[in-house]
Design a binder for this molecule. Sequence first.
Ligand code: C2E
Ligand code: MG
Ligand code: MG
Length: 281
Amino acid sequence: QARQAGGDTLVHYSEEINAQAGARLALEARLRHAVERHELELHYQPQQSLADGNLVGFEALVRWRRDGQLVPPDQFIALAEESGLIVELGNWVLEEACRQLHAWQAMGVAPMVAVNISPRQFAAPGFLPHIEALLATSGVNPAQLELEITESVVMEDAEGAIALLRRLRELGLTLAIDDFGTGYSSLAYLSRFPIHKLKIDQSFVRNMQGVAEQAAIVQATIGLGHSLGLTVIAEGVETEAQRALLSGWQCDQIQGYHYSRPLPALAASRFLHASDQRQAA
Ligand code: C2E
Ligand code: MG
Ligand code: MG
């Protein structure tokens, strides 16, 4: 009886694996055409300076419009990364973000626009040439284009990654470490990264008030960032209480639902103009 039950479980289990593999292949096939079918779009999440309350820029976040539904990136970025599709997808994101940035520049406003770069995209041989070509053709000011990389890019080839970051910095780009504190990079490496900005991961911000250790980590990270000459931004700030704490700890910037959710391009333009007028007033 027991063996029977065990056998059934195994059958169900392998059926489930087959179904999952099938769904995955189907998803990959659709994702392969998402770029050419114009199914991808960027939303822009505002980032705020804590010193004066002004808008500093936006993080571009990709979405996949599939059958009228907006699919969030955690449902396809990992697959794109594993299948190699991330290079084409990532190039589209960079081009679209530059197009938007240029349009904003042409309207006389100059926000930063940050783009997420996945580890495989960063490691691809064509990455630097693509960025160089993009800067040459798009007409954007490189200082207003920010690249977000995670600590994991240095896992395999730290020296190569540092050299590439240096080249990107020489092009005038702004460089940020995303999800800081969740990876495995050592502090020794951090001090060697030629970066401008640290993004404190939202998992620390979420528990900052309840858990004393998490508060200590956030405060220490702000101090560490500043002592390395970096701008520090906290991600996932959802409440006024969190904003006030971070402000008291001299954190430079915040990003999160408290200031704004990610916005479609048109709404982001309106947000930009509204804050521009507030600043001028
Ligand atoms: P991320 O780069 O750390 O982006 C921040 C994520 O946190 C976004 O999720 C954003 O919508 C969400 N978020 C912002 N504020 C809050 C808040 O106050 N509370 C909560 N709970 N969440 C908040 P999203 O857009 O779903 O993106 C998830 C991840 O997907 C990103 O994390 C990034 O790693 C990846 N991703 C997004 N767009 C791209 C892209 O164009 N290329 C690559 N390679 N990865 C991307
Ligand atoms: Mg990011
Ligand atoms: Mg992040």
